[in-house]
Design a protein around this ligand. Structure first.
Ligand code: ADP
Ligand code: MG
Length: 618
């Protein structure tokens, strides 16, 4: 069995960690970075992940997939997906089942299979670092993720060749990392996590190794990208006033604006002002135009005040749901890259009426906590218990389209609830059930998890059959449904008619595609190795011919010249098959040349040495 690791699969950055002894350790990527950009690019049949993908985004925006987590498990026509699409540089389409899929690298791909590329890269870094196979993982998700988003994340793990042993909530993971060495005393903490695309807030109680989530809330469509956009607009408006050109209409210019906006945002976290310079960003009748602008922190803060305020409403709701007031809390943890922004810190501190705890690394805490959970599962870490909650109310549609709650939000998981359904007409053979997740009073306004039919009900007067439908939320926050006919005691078959997510076939197809491209990548690497070897050999053979050709037998010389010229052509034509076929001949030929050369050199060298010895008078 391979190793179990913890993974923070972030919207912007991902991070992998594992337990060594009792402590979680972060695994660096192949470039030495402790987090890896969650960016996947398709370029000339190759799949690029992380910094390499990020670096080429400017020239390949349509096939560079950033922030795919905003789409994972989402319906194409949902408001959330529609608003995300407006700001993405790649194409998003509606898949046959109504889910949002990405069109990149010449084909339609599920967000799960794209996330799987990031997971697979992390898995490889870990395998190289640990020197052993990594085959299972604990993966974190925003606490506010619904069932489909969790399920889709789990699918991503499977596609990447990872057995996802647990899905845990990001703020809960951060609390685990924080609380591991916090002592046994009872503490109540708030975890405020503002990342690149999502916001999460959780209130927890830590008591002698028991981590109990009291409440959670958030916004899956609020994060760093929204702050970047404030700056992009500032820059674009500034340019528009001067030149009447909207840079946002030009995808290349927009990409450059995005990059500088994020850089400026980072600088404004530590400086009072920053300067943005974008030479040759557009051209007019007067020639090339440059963008230059100084942005002050106060100007940026004034325009992003509203975004920060939007995080306060979920905080208020979470506090209310936990039954606590700000004064009852012992600590507030800041997680996620955006909490480096001073305005965010000031607002959080004002809201919770205390200084925030900055002792944990905002970029790594979630992954470290995921590793702690992995340690709990593998038995390496004992005496720690995690009690999490479900973020959204699970409901069934009843008469008039009303969403009747069955499991309320913030209920501890795992949990179960059952409800008895009956028929409304005589001899009715089936009953339809519509399950939703969300806080709105009407079913249609919430997310449909499943629509299914209970079939094979024996003929009976209306209202007589009693079908017990059981809804379960497991420790991963994933919902499942089963039904039993109380009259016959038989399990009722549940036929799901409107399901989303990937089918088993689609998962298998994605796994296979990933394996094929892994094989292709390997072939490409092997070919590159062969070319490098061939070029090196050709160089030394050519050198030997020039320098020592005169000392060779004429047949040997012409044989070597012929082999070298064939190889030169094969390399020029980039013909990997010929290169590898010619390699052996050229190599054995060069050995023969070397033997011939050395046997002729040996005699003369010996002679010289003897002379030297004589000179030294030994
Ligand atoms: P995610 O959880 O979405 O993967 P992270 O927690 O890594 O995201 O946060 C990424 C976000 O944090 C990005 O929007 C990034 O620009 C922002 N960020 C990182 N460092 C800073 C900084 N010094 N100041 C302001 N924002 C920052
Ligand atoms: Mg994060």
């Amino acid at each position: 069995m391979g190793r179990l690791v913890g993974i923070d699969l972030g919207t912007t950055n991902s991070c992998l960690s594992f337990i060594e002894g009792h402590d979680p350790v972060v695994v660096p990527n192949s470039e030495g970075g402790r987090t890896t950009p969650s960016i996947v690019a398709y370029s000339e049949g190759e799949v690029l992940v992380g910094s390499v993908a990020k670096r080429q985004a400017l020239t390949n925006p349509k096939d560079t997939v950033v922030a795919v987590k905003r789409l994972i498990g989402g319906r194409f026509d949902s408001d959330a997906v529609q608003s995300a699409i407006q700001h993405l540089s790649y194409r998003v389409r509606e898949h046959d089942n109504g889910d949002a899929w990405v069109f990149a690298g010449g084909q339609e791909r599920s967000p799960s299979s794209i996330s799987a590329e990031t997971l697979r890269a992390l898995k490889k870094y870990a395998e190289a670092f640990l020197g052993e196979e990594v085959d299972s993982a604990v993966i974190t998700v925003p606490a506010y993720f619904n069932d489909s988003q969790r399920q889709a994340t789990k699918d991503a793990g499977r596609i990447a060749g990872l057995d996802v042993q647990r899905i845990i909530n990001e703020p809960t993971a951060a609390a685990l990392a924080y609380g591991l060495n916090a002592g046994a005393a009872k503490r109540r903490i708030a975890v405020y996590d503002l990342g690149g695309g999502t916001f999460d807030i959780s209130i927890l109680e830590l008591n002698d190794g028991v981590f109990q989530v009291l409440s959670t809330n958030g916004d899956t469509f609020l994060g760093g990208e929204d702050f970047d956009r404030v700056l992009i607009d500032m820059l674009a408006n500034h340019f528009f006033e001067k030149h009447s050109i909207d840079l946002r209409q030009d995808s290349m210019a927009l990409q450059r604006l995005k990059e500088s906006a994020e850089k400026a945002k980072h600088e404004l976290s530590s400086s009072d002002s920053t300067e943005v310079q974008l030479p040759f960003i557009a051209s007019t009748a007067e020639g090339p135009q440059h963008l230059q602008m100084t942005i002050s922190r106060s100007a940026f803060e004034a325009l992003s005040e509203g975004l920060v305020r939007r995080t306060m409403e979920p905080c208020e709701q979470a506090l209310k749901d936990s039954g606590l007031s700000a004064a009852d809390l012992d600590d507030v943890l800041l997680i996620g890259g955006m909490t480096r922004m001073p305005l965010v810190q000031r607002n959080v501190e004002a809201f919770f009426k205390r200084e925030a705890n900055r002792s944990i690394n905002p970029d790594e805490a979630v992954a470290l906590g995921a590793a702690v959970q992995a340690g709990i599962l593998s038995g390496q870490i004992r005496d720690v218990v995690l009690l999490d909650v479900t973020p959204l109310t699970l409901a069934v549609e009843t008469q008039g389209g009303v969403a009747t709650p069955m499991i309320e939000r913030n209920a501890s998981i795992p949990c179960k609830h059952s409800m008895v359904f009956s028929t409304t007409e005589d001899n009715q053979p089936m009953v339809s059930v519509h399950v939703t997740q969300g806080e709105r009073p009407m079913s249609d306004d919430n997310r449909t998890l499943a629509r299914f039919e209970l079939v094979g009900i024996p003929p009976a007067p209306r209202g007589v059959p009693q079908i017990d439908v059981r809804f379960e939320i497991d420790v991963n926050g994933i919902v499942s449904v089963s039904a039993r006919d109380l009259g016959t005691g038989k399990e009722q078959s549940v036929r799901i008619t409107s399901s989303s997510g990937l089918t088993e076939d689609e998962i298998q197809a994605a796994v296979e595609e990933a394996l094929t491209h892994e094989k292709k990548d390997q072939e490409r690497r092997d070919a590159a190795d062969i070319f490098a070897k061939a070029k090196g050999l050709l160089y030394s053979v050519e050198k030997a011919i020039t320098e020592y050709g005169h000392a060779l037998e004429p047949e040997m010389l012409s044989m070597m010249e012929e082999r070298a010229s064939k190889m030169r052509d094969a390399i020029k034509d980039e013909n990997a098959t010929s290169v590898s076929a010619l390699l052996d001949d050229l190599e054995s030929g060069s050995h023969e040349v070397a033997n011939a050369m050395y046997s002729s050199l040996e005699t003369s060298n010996l002679g010289e040495s003897e002379d030297d010895f004589e000179d030294l008078d030994i």
